[in-house]
Write a protein that binds this ligand. Sequence first.
Ligand SMILES: CC1=C(CCC(=O)O)c2cc3nc(cc4[nH]c(cc5[nH]c(cc1n2)c(C)c5CCC(=O)O)c(CCC(=O)O)c4C)C(CCC(=O)O)=C3C
Ligand SMILES: [Fe+2]
Length: 375
Amino acid sequence: MPEARDATPYDALLLLSFGGPEGPDDVVPFLENVTRGRGIPTERLKEVGSHYFLFGGVSPINAQNRALLQALREDFADHGLDLPVYWGNRNWAPYLTDTLREMTADGRRRVLVLTTSAYASYSGCRQYRENLAESLAALEAEGLVPPRIDKLRHYFNHEGFVEPMTEGVLASLADLPDEVRDGAHIAFTTHSIPTAAADTSGPAEDHGDGGAYVRQHLEVARLIADAVTARTGVEHPWQLVYQSRSGAPHIPWLEPDICDHLEERRAAGVPAVVMAPIGFVSDHMEVLYDLDTEATARAAELGLPVRRSATVGADPRFAAAVRDLVVERAAVERGLTVTPCALGALGPSHNVCPAGCCPARNPRPAAAGADSPYA
Ligand SMILES: CC1=C(CCC(=O)O)c2cc3nc(cc4[nH]c(cc5[nH]c(cc1n2)c(C)c5CCC(=O)O)c(CCC(=O)O)c4C)C(CCC(=O)O)=C3C
Ligand SMILES: [Fe+2]
């Protein structure tokens, strides 16, 4: 980790997230924003809308991003890192374009972006880069000169991301009844995506066989499982499984689904399961509905004790990891040699997405990468 608390040449950090509805009237317009031009069946949209209505039309994601924003500001202030932090979303207020307009008005010229997605994939990386390009184009059309934008590298294997989740799994195991704890299976979960998108995730050399998306998740699962064994002396069997599938049924998505997996593990005689949502940065709707509501009800029907472990959310260790990533990248941009933090075997992810990284089905301009039309 570079010692200097120096973010030069950057003059701001932008937290870029998904956004979510904040009341019943927001749900339908929010879903329209999410699904514009993506061909999601109406039935699926009604179903997902009902998940939000079950929680009063409020997604927890915005409150969680506000908490993360606060944790980042506190961490930066406590460690003498003088860098303002802004927040903008893809699908709901505060909208990315509005935030970038404000940053331009504040005189920010060199911005670093943190997305609330730790892994490579079209949905978790390039789509955010496309959103940035759209917003930059919109501001230019207003006659403004927006800042130059870079994106932080994927942080799935950063210790400040892995450690709080390891602790979460340990807490879930401790919370299980004594007689089933040592035999518990760990189901690491992430968002299902089309297998075609998984196979082309990450840079071209990672394509095929689930791509960088599956490989990065398998690595985080292994790191957590090994750390759990190191702490408890018990080797828990584990598997990477998927959740929150959408899209048309005839298109293959990553499987198995968590609910089918619970059923299959139950039939195999597993006494308990910890569901660890390593694919997500906070306890948003995917976690509260798909795991805490749907999968937990399925487990109850099966008579299978389950616990769901915590995501990193606004954990101070995650905020410290972001500071580390900012200082590291700033040093790289200044031409210094750094030792990036990366647990496990995959090594630190690239700083700049190469051309052809997580390609879109319908190519659109994307900022903050080697193929960016912006400086
Ligand atoms: C990889 C991935 C992440 C993790 C990385 C990241 O965090 O970015 C993620 C996160 C999230 N996804 C979210 C919500 C939704 N995702 C949808 C649809 C889709 N997600 C996809 C992938 C991902 N999604 C895909 C391939 C689709 C199909 C349509 C398309 O190709 O775009 C839909 C439409 C309805 C449906 O079909 O489910 C909704 C409402 C929320 C907000 C939750 C809240 O409100 O608390 C969050 C954090
Ligand atoms: Fe999603």
